[in-house]
Design a protein around this ligand. Structure first.
Ligand code: BGC
Length: 361
């Protein structure tokens, strides 16, 4: 009997090869998902920042290519909007939720509904805090992002060897984004010893995370804070040697403030994301570096996770120690960030197809 079944299966296999031609036809690019395809909810924080548009678009494209239907929403940096979008996703029958939170602490109630319905939740890039409904977390190694920024300043000012002292200021992102704890503390793990020894000095005295935070990571808020800092501490010609900026949008605010309010030698400035505007700033010499986090890599990893969950398999995980959201450790996949300097832009961003040359003109 077994032999007979095998024979029939083999005949069917040969027949299907003949019918289709021995070579499988190339899959059509992003064919429309089948009517009964499973639905994935993708909730992004805002369209204001370039990276989230890329993240959303990459996720949508890859999920559709993998055979899923996608409900992609952007929350306009408004917490109630994101909450109601996620509520709708649950009501509309999404089977997995992928969420980049506007505020990590504000989704507990809506995610309790997801948990009740057995819908797995992947926190995307930003960890969702205080909710036991979070199943997995996919992000970049956020501590390493900060370390790379701190090391860049350490090298650029030659802190290991130079006598100093050097003047430095600090700016990080939204206080509701758990990532700033990793970005800022990672950078400070390199820079704090130099502040302690006096080789680095912060003339504004603003070195605490809460004081150097920027609501919504907004460029204009960063600019306003920096105009005040420059007016109060550098108007007399005091030299500013470096600014630790946790990302590109805050770095741009600092650059705007410097352009109008500072005439000394341009300071070393960090960033993160390699946004187009900041990449252009690197080419123009007003931003010294950015940390490149290839959103294509993160999106692909999350699609792999979604696919594994849908098939009842274990998703890829490479960290089970770092990210505790207050309800326990969330199994995570951490992608690798890369420090990008102006000389690396061609190889890292253009040759890899992330940007075209025209994007950077
Ligand atoms: C992301 C950064 C981004 C920032 C502002 C953070 O959570 O990790 O890549 O620059 O949010 O949107």
């Amino acid at each position: 009997m077994k032999k007979f079944v095998c024979l029939v299966l083999a005949m069917l296999f040969v027949f299907s090869l003949c019918a289709c031609g021995a070579k499988p036809a190339a899959a059509p690019a992003a064919a429309a998902p089948a009517a009964d395809a499973k639905l994935v909810g993708v909730s992004m924080p805002t369209k204001d920042l370039q990276r989230w548009n890329q993240d959303g678009a990459n996720m949508e494209k890859e999920l559709i290519a993998a055979g899923y239907k996608v409900d992609l929403q952007y929350g306009s940096n408004d917490i109630p909007t994101q909450v109601s979008q996620v509520e709708n996703m649950i009501a509309n029958g999404c089977q997995v939720l992928v969420i980049a939170a506007i505020d990590g602490d504000s989704l507990g109630t809506v995610l309790a509904q997801a948990k009740e319905k057995g819908i797995p939740v992947i926190a995307y890039d930003r960890l969702i805090m205080g909710s036991d409904a979070v199943t997995y977390y996919a992000t970049f190694d956020n501590w390493l992002v900060g370390v790379k920024q701190g090391e860049f300043i350490e090298d650029a000012l030659d802190l290991k060897n130079a006598a100093g002292p050097f003047n430095i200021e600090f700016i990080t992102g939204d206080p509701g984004d758990n990532n700033i704890n990793f970005f800022f503390d990672g950078a400070m793990s390199i820079l704090q010893p130099y502040l302690d020894s006096g080789k680095l000095v912060c003339p504004s005295g603003q070195t605490e995370k809460a004081t150097v935070a920027t609501p919504n990571w907004a460029t204009d808020a960063a600019q306003a804070r920096f105009e005040t800092i420059l007016g109060s501490n550098y108007a007399d010609g005091t030299k500013l040697d470096a600014v630790l900026c946790s990302n590109d949008s805050t770095s741009l605010g600092v650059q705007n403030a410097l352009k109008a309010n500072y005439t000394g030698e341009w300071p070393v400035l960090t960033g993160q994301d390699c946004d187009i505007l900041s990449t252009k700033s690197m080419l123009a010499g007003t931003q010294s570096m950015s940390v490149f986090k290839d959103t294509r890599t993160l999106a692909s990893k999350v699609v792999e996770m979604v696919d594994a969950i849908m098939q009842g398999k274990e998703p890829p995980i490479n960290d089970t120690e770092t990210y505790d959201n207050g309800t326990g450790i969330i199994p995570s996949f951490l992608c690798e960030p890369v420090a990008c300097t102006p000389d690396m832009i061609n190889d890292l961003l253009v040759a890899s197809g992330y940007y075209t040359e025209a994007d950077l003109k």
